[in-house]
Each structure stands twice: as C-alpha cells, then as structure tokens.
Design a protein around this ligand. Sequence first.
Ligand code: FES
Length: 202
Amino acid sequence: MPQRSNLIDKVLLSRNGNALLNAVTVLPTLIKINKDCFVREAALSLSVTTEEMSVRVGAIVDARAELEGPLLPILHDVQKEFGFVPQPALQIIASRLNLSRAEVHGVASFYHDFREEHPGRHVLKICRAEACQSMGADRVANHAKRTLNVDWHETTADDAITLEPVYCLGLCACAPAALMDDKLVGRVDEDRLDTLIGEARS
Ligand code: FES
C-alpha cells in the first residue's frame, strides 16, 4: 500500500497540474486509508470528474425539474449529495434549467444555507435572529468563535466542526438556540456550547 505522504505528494503535484493522472489512480486508496481533512478534500475535489459530476447533478435536476421553482430544491439536493454546492454544479444546473450560471450562482450565494466548501464532520449553527440576539446569542457566538478558533463559515483545524450562522431555528421561546448537526438546543450558554463541542469532538 502506498505511504500516505507519497499519496499526498501526488495529490499536491496534481493540484499544480503536473500529475493529475497519478492522483486519479491513487485516489481509491486515498479514500480507504485516511479520513482526515486534507485527504477527504483532495479526494472529493479530484475524484469527482466533470463527467461524474454531470451525471450526479443531472439526475438531481431531472428528479426536480418538473417542480414549480425547482432551483432551490435542486440546490438543497446537490448540497445533500456533496456536502456543499461545488462550483461546476452551478453550470450544470444552469444549462439544464435554461438559466445563466450567474442566475444560479446568485441564488446559491444569496442563501446562507448553501456552502461553497466541504464542511467539517459536524456543523454547528448558532441562531443570529432577533429573539436569540436579545437573549445573548452574540455572547454565545463569540464564545464559539474563540473556542473553535474560527469565524463564521470556517472549519476547525482538526476538521471536526464548521461554524455557521442561522436565522431562526423555530425555537425562539427557548432563545438563544443552536443546532449541532440535527440536534436542536435551546437556552444555550457557554457551558452548554462547550458540552456540545466536546461531544462532537469525542
Ligand atoms: S430567533 Fe433564534 S430560534 Fe428564532
């Protein structure tokens, strides 16, 4: 089995445009031997060929195309499929829906829900809407940023947690609210946040 460092070297080379074929041939091994951030990112960005992307995104568009206003459901499904909305997907969606790439990009970038990069293993969302703000959400958010050493939309160095803002989680009566993956937490304070972060990292 190739050593991890050699594999990463090959991927780095490929990013410089010198050894794409080498990287492609070792990617299945890469995915098997290591789940850490860099390898996962490299595998994701390099293993999904334009053709494969076209097929996967095309299938999503086909399944939603008949809806009235299909763009948002399509973007949500693409994000579910890849963990984010890859840039090449925008053109594929645009072509299939007879829109311009700028129109699709405009929608994808308007909504905070859509990510441009692959998230960490967990996504922590902290509500920034009015009811939560009035109950100390800013203090909680600042604590999260300091503890994780990230800003909004960034992922921790260990690839464990991506921090995202959200605008109402429907839990206004128990503000401030946060969401760790699918776990909704009300009346979150610094201690509860630390517990959530600790559980996610364990
Ligand atoms: S305003 Fe934060 S949950 Fe509604």
